[in-house]
Design a binder for this molecule. Structure first.
Ligand SMILES: [Zn+2]
Ligand SMILES: [Zn+2]
Length: 237
């Protein structure tokens, strides 16, 4: 067995002992990668593998090489594979570090974005509050306008009523006149004045208040609400 030793694989060592061909070393086929008791045994059957470049299934012969040489070659191959794997593991480990620090950067980018979005919303809110102040003060101006017109009309009406009251008192005094000639002399003029005053008061009363008590203005927030609801993140070009 000693000359056939390759590492300490027990199975490999057992294959060295071919009962039909004593002394022949164990064999390995480079084509189908099968193990044989010896190279002569390998020659007695067809090779099914195409790995070694054999063309045509079943008709090819094995390509047996002595097991120790095959073992040495495969150890070299495995070492190379090991080295490649080790280098790949190093790259993988660097990539893993990148992924780990990547999640930190994702978090910090989120914080930056959140601050920017908060600032944008704050400025929307403050624009809305400014607009509210502007519109409330428009409403206050509208109220002032209505109150001024109403005060003016009330003052006009009060003035007319005062004149009417004066005329009434004058007429009451006139009715006390006992001298027919004196009464007749002014009664027609007084009647005209009373009728004129009556018409004037009637005009003022029937025309009603100069301004409406209602505020004929409306605020329609619907388009703004639609715009707010349609706010969404967009992706940069
Ligand atoms: Zn044999
Ligand atoms: Zn083979």
């Amino acid at each position: 067995h000693g000359s056939q030793d390759c590492g300490n694989d027990e199975d490999v060592v057992e294959l060295n002992d071919c009962r039909r061909h004593p002394g022949e070393p164990g064999a390995f086929c480079l084509s189908c990668r099968g193990s044989f008791a010896c190279g002569l045994c390998a020659g007695e059957e067809p090779c099914g593998g195409g790995g070694g470049g054999g063309v045509g299934d079943g008709g090819e012969r094995h390509q047996p090489v002595p097991l120790p040489a095959a073992c040495k070659a495969q150890k070299t191959e495995l070492s190379q594979a090991l080295q490649s794997l080790s280098e790949q593991a190093k790259s993988g480990s660097e990539f893993l570090q990148r992924l780990k620090s990547s999640s930190e950067r994702i978090k910090s980018n989120r914080e930056v974005m959140a601050a920017a979005v908060t600032e944008q919303f704050d400025s929307l809110v403050s624009a809305l509050q400014s607009k509210k102040q502007v519109m409330l003060s428009q409403l206050a101006s509208e109220q002032e306008h209505k109150l001024r017109l109403t005060r003016d009309q009330a003052a006009q009406c009060a003035s007319s009523l005062a004149k009417a009251t004066g005329l009434l008192q004058l007429c009451v005094e006139l009715l006390k006149e006992t001298e027919p000639a004196a009464f007749i002399a002014v009664s027609a003029a007084m009647q005209d004045r009373a009728a004129g005053m009556q018409r004037s008061l009637q005009r003022q009363t029937e025309s009603g208040p100069r301004v409406s008590e209602q505020f004929e203005i409306r605020l329609d927030p619907e388009p703004v609400l639609v715009a707010i609801n349609s706010l969404a993140f967009s992706e940069p070009q």
